[in-house]
Ligand binder design. Structure first.
Ligand SMILES: Nc1ncnc2c1ncn2[C@@H]1O[C@H](COP(=O)(O)OP(=O)(O)OP(=O)(O)O)[C@@H](O)[C@H]1O
Length: 581
């Protein structure tokens, strides 16, 4: 009896010590996770810092002169800003950029969507004698700009495939002989690379001292590391070679350090002065919703979100993965009473224009588009951008979601995520430069239940962290997260993959999960072992890919219905000790 009491007493002691130790282990594991996250951030920062050091080594320096002081053109510039452009004061960096261009320097401008990049070259173009050349990638973008400038009384023209003969003659005379009134000339990059006649007229214009400046809009298109690479942009380097004394201003909304270096090199502007504004869009609320595997449920949720949050026909965009999906989502939203129209590259240009116009004028509420609904969307009052599937990279997502709230008012960016969408994207980006790494970055953004979404953008673009002010779901919500020990699950995932590899078999993500479940049961795990739902197992597999736990040996072992899951080509022993045998 006394023995039993002693045993019970010791048992109680042991159990309470075990309880304490488990608490300590949990604290340590939490700390370990924080450190892993910090490790990733520091590695990214180190890379950015090394890149900028290399860059200064090969001479593309950022001069530190003060461009906000007084300059001889100050009063004329103020007068033009106010009386021609109707703008009462400059926004951040605009004055400095204008002063730099006016001083004859080359400039690289990185300024968030809606930040006011156009004024940075249009105002100097009006102030300077002669003609400014602007290279821009899209006809619709050019048309908008030319119309806007004409409305301000500025003689701007475009020379593109749609320009009629009369106007073309007028433009060539202006370039050649300085006749007629032409201040800003817009062309597409194809004109520079393909039209010898145009280039020889431009040469004459320059020779006569009448080419005032060259602006390259959407300059990230130069770089194949950027998100919208355009082969014809690669040839724009010729402009600086032919016209070395003419200041060049390259502008874009986003460019990682790698893209910046690339485009400085391609445009031959190694001594450019660089102005980088923050990527932060404080008025945008970022959130990720778990996406149901049932298509109709997703549409119900999107339709409810729109009709409850935006009952007054406020404008929005829904981005979809494929053309077929985009048509279907638009139709199903219409069936649920939302005025939505689809937009994709398979439609003819007139139909697309009509749909864009109706939406711009508020006659339809939502455009359901593919990536084709891209550059040149200048609608300021887009209140929400919903992603029906994840984008292929952080940059693409930043651009697409950034079409919300250009007027500075509160707007929402919602992404519907399910791991099952990852293989579809990975099959598309598999052969792109860094395609998988870029995809994994956005997947990491989606899978995170803790980190600040805004912080992920700062990290991606190599910028110091800023306060989110509760403007993302992870910062705003106080949901308690349930934590589980997934060691056994991970062991099973790895062993399922080993079996497949051994038998030279392949499996879709769905099949992988089925095999996992069968093995889980077969191994006789009891009820107190955590039984995960299908989506949770999918999330675990994707997380293991992201954490590089699944080694290279499993690459291509798993397939989705018709696409690679592409497991872990980037394995590194970051999680040593956690990798199961
Ligand atoms: N200093 C300013 N004050 C007020 N409005 C301005 C100022 N500068 C520009 N704007 C206005 O802000 C809007 C966005 O400018 P702009 O089209 O140049 O943006 P952007 O940086 O080119 O954006 P995107 O990358 O999306 O094309 C325009 O309506 C423009 O007239």
């Amino acid at each position: 009896m006394e023995d039993e009491e002693n045993i019970e007493e010791e048992l109680f002691l042991v159990e309470s010590q075990l309880h304490d130790i488990q608490g300590q282990i949990k604290t340590l594991l939490d700390r370990q996770e924080e450190l892993y996250e910090r490790q990733l951030q520091l590695k990214a920062l180190l890379e950015v810092s090394k890149m900028s050091r290399n860059k200064s080594n090969y001479g593309s320096s950022v001069t530190l002169e003060d461009w906000s002081g007084s300059f001889p053109w100050d009063s004329q510039a103020d007068d033009t800003r106010f009386n021609v452009f109707g703008i009462t004061s400059y926004r951040s960096n605009q004055r400095e950029i204008i002063n730099t261009v006016m001083s004859g320097k080359d400039v690289l401008v990185i300024m968030a969507a809606g930040g006011g990049k156009s004024l940075c070259y249009q105002l100097p173009a009006v102030l300077c004698n002669g003609i400014a050349l602007v290279v821009s990638p899209l006809l619709s973008l050019i048309q908008d700009q030319v119309m806007g400038l004409a409305a301000l009384g500025i003689p701007a023209y475009m020379l593109t495939s749609t320009t009629n003969k009369e106007v073309e003659k007028f433009i060539y005379r202006a370039l050649d002989k300085g006749e007629g009134e032409l201040k800003i000339l817009y062309v597409t990059p194809e004109k520079i690379s393909k039209s010898k006649r145009f280039m020889s007229k431009l040469e004459k214009c320059h020779h006569a001292g009448r080419l005032s400046l060259v602006a390259v809009d959407e300059a990230h298109c130069c770089s194949q590391w950027g998100h919208d690479f355009r082969p014809d942009y690669k040839n724009l380097g010729i402009l600086k070679i032919q016209f070395p004394s003419v200041p060049m201003i390259a502008l874009t909304a986003t460019a990682t350090s790698k893209v910046q270096m690339d485009l400085i090199e391609m445009l031959h502007i190694p001594k450019c002065v660089k102005f980088v504004s923050t990527v932060n869009r404080p008025n945008l609320f970022y959130k990720v919703y778990e996406k149901s595997p049932v298509g109709k449920v997703v549409i119900d949720e999107i339709a409810n979100f729109i009709s409850e949050s935006y009952p007054n026909n406020e404008s929005g965009i829904v981005y979809c993965f494929s053309r077929r999906e985009c048509e279907q989502v638009a139709k199903e939203l219409c069936d649920r009473g939302i005025s939505a129209e689809h937009y994709h590259a398979d439609m003819d240009i007139i139909a697309r224009e009509k749909i864009h116009m109706r939406w711009s004028q508020g006659k339809s509420q939502v455009i359901v588009g593919t990536v084709a609904f891209g550059m040149g969307i200048n609608k300021p009052d887009v209140r929400f951008v919903i992603h029906h599937s994840l984008s292929k990279s952080m940059e693409t997502y930043y651009q697409e979601s950034g079409r919300a709230g250009r007027d500075g008012l509160s707007s929402e960016c919602v992404l519907y995520y399910r791991p099952g969408d990852v293989p579809r994207q990975s099959s598309m980006v598999f052969y792109e430069n860094c395609g998988l790494q870029n995809l994994y970055d956005i997947v990491r953004y989606c899978q995170s239940k803790r980190s600040c979404r805004r912080g992920a953008f700062f990290q991606h673009f190599g910028e110091a962290l800023q306060d989110c002010n509760g403007m993302c779901d992870n910062c705003a919500s106080s949901i308690e997260l349930k934590e589980i020990d997934a060691t056994n699950h991970t062991k099973i995932v790895v062993s399922v993959l080993r079996d497949l590899k051994l038998n030279d078999q392949r499996a879709t993500l769905l099949q992988l999960v089925d095999k996992f479940k069968a093995k889980w049961k077969g191994l006789g795990y009891s009820n107190k072992d955590v039984d995960l739902k299908r989506e949770e197992i999918e999330q675990l597999i994707v997380q293991l890919i992201l954490d590089h736990v699944l080694k290279e040996e499993f690459q291509h072992t798993a397939y989705s219905t018709n696409a690679y899951v592409t497991l872990g080509p980037l394995w590194k022993p970051a999680l040593q000790g956690k990798i199961p045998d």
